[in-house]
Design a protein around this ligand. Structure first.
Ligand SMILES: *Cc1c(COP(=O)(O)O)cnc(C)c1O
Length: 427
């Protein structure tokens, strides 16, 4: 039975809320119906109707090697033949932990789990336990998964759907989360002047991907490091996207600013469900069974996920030329797109960080959620639909990053630029 995308979506909507298992997959912000995928290889995904697209979603970041990378597929197959889960420790967990710790000098220990949400949830719990304080600070437009404390003025799907908070989160919990604008030194300094001694942690995407790509202003991360340190609060970097995306390691290595705790996910699972939290030994030792802070998971450190991660990281290790190649391709693609938009007379701002970037439909610089929100989301929606029709799969939201992988090549770029020209001509 080969059902079409449309038929499947009709079926799905009856039994799955909104027809999707994660809101960002719905096309609510861009119109139309989500495309159901049959299979994907390298940069190309094929939908249920047999249409092929050049993909820039890349499963929202994890697939830095491209879809169905042969080495990853082979390794997972081999591991699956030996068992998919044991509920007991394996050498694979040690192997992935070693790779991560080697790449992140700020990590003495790491705990694996099954999603980025869990990683962040655990980091917050650890910070609260370690400091004996309850308040946390996050930045508007940053997304840290869907745990209760962090769904306040969040990015990603929350921003896309225009949901400021979420019902179902106890008021008293939400009140413990203070939000400030990204890149706003005065606001965070003010918050610390007022509440500094009650703040357990500041959590930040050191380079944000979930309001679209927004990089930190020079000095911003340094300031967060100094401020948290002087108030005995912890600094948590959520590197679920940026971990291994820009270099071997995280954005912290690029910035030279080291947090107390780091959250990872996405790339470290090579396309399988994963999350990890790591940091200073004295904090990590608070986790059960060493310490009193409880955290657990039936499928944590799952052998398939560990295998996906190890195979992916092993390929990236000692391969700075891979990162440079992605950076060059992303640079060329962005520069060429800028020319096409300029020729059309449509003002845009492209924020790019290595192989991740966002085309914001605004002429103004974008350096926080307020400026991102000024983008013309209706125009983005029309652009998105045009690109999709012309065979290019973009994230269905203005407030997300487009991702390149090692599989993206000149041919993909040419196809993308041709689609961009055709789309702009039709706008
Ligand atoms: C994706 C993401 C998360 C959540 O990870 P899940 O695996 O979806 O739970 C957390 N933080 C950031 C920065 C992310 O991009």
């Amino acid at each position: 039975m080969n059902e079409t995308s449309s038929q499947l979506f009709e079926e799905a909507k009856k039994i799955i809320p909104g027809g999707v298992n994660s809101p960002v997959r719905a096309f609510k912000a861009v119109g139309g119906e989500p495309v159901f995928i049959r299979e994907a290889h390298g940069t190309r995904i094929t939908d249920m109707d047999g249409r092929e697209y050049v993909d820039y979603v890349m499963s929202w970041g994890p697939l830095i090697l491209g879809h169905a990378h042969p080495a990853v597929v082979e390794a997972i197959k081999e591991q699956a033949g030996k068992g998919t889960s044991y509920g007991a420790p394996t050498s694979l967990e040690v192997g992935l932990a070693q790779l991560i710790i080697e790449a992140f000098p700020s990590l003495d220990m790491v705990r694996m789990m099954s999603s980025g949400t869990e990683a962040v949830m655990t980091a917050i719990r650890l910070a609260r336990a370690f400091t004996g304080r309850e308040k946390i600070v996050k930045f508007e437009g940053c997304y840290h998964g869907h745990a209760d404390s962090l769904l306040v003025k969040a990015g990603s799907g929350v921003a896309t759907l225009g949901i400021p908070g979420s019902p179902g989160i106890p008021k008293h919990l939400a009140e413990l989360t203070i939000t400030v604008p990204f890149n706003d030194e005065a606001s965070i300094t003010g918050i610390f002047a007022e509440h500094g001694r009650e703040i357990a942690a500041v959590i930040v995407e050191p380079a944000a991907g979930n309001m679209g790509v927004v990089t930190p202003n020079p000095g911003f991360l340094e300031m967060l490091r100094a401020l948290t340190k002087s108030h005995d609060s912890l600094l948590i970097f959520d590197e679920v996207i940026t971990g291994f995306r820009l270099t071997w390691g995280g954005y912290q290595g690029i910035a030279g600013i080291y947090p107390d705790l780091t959250c990872l996910g996405k790339i470290i699972g090579g396309g399988l469900p994963v999350g990890a939290v790591g940091g200073k030994r004295i904090i990590m030792e608070q986790l059960a069974p060493l310490g009193p802070v409880y955290q657990a998971g039936t499928l944590s450190g799952n052998p398939l996920a560990m295998t996906g991660g190890i195979t992916t990281l092993a390929l990236l290790q000692h391969s700075m030329d891979y990162y440079e190649a992605m950076d060059r391709l992303a640079f060329s693609l962005c520069e060429e797109m800028k020319l096409l938009f300029a020729r059309k007379g449509l003002p845009i701002t492209i924020n790019r960080l290595g192989s991740m970037f966002t085309v914001f439909f605004t002429p103004e610089p974008v350096n926080d959620f307020t400026s991102a929100s000024r983008a013309d989301t209706k125009m983005f929606a029309r652009f998105f639909r045009g690109m999709l029709k012309n065979g290019i799969s973009l994230p269905p939201s203005q407030f997300e990053a487009w991702f390149l992988s090692l599989a993206h090549n000149h041919d993909d770029m040419e196809k993308t630029l041709a689609a961009c020209s055709a789309t702009l001509a039709s706008l």
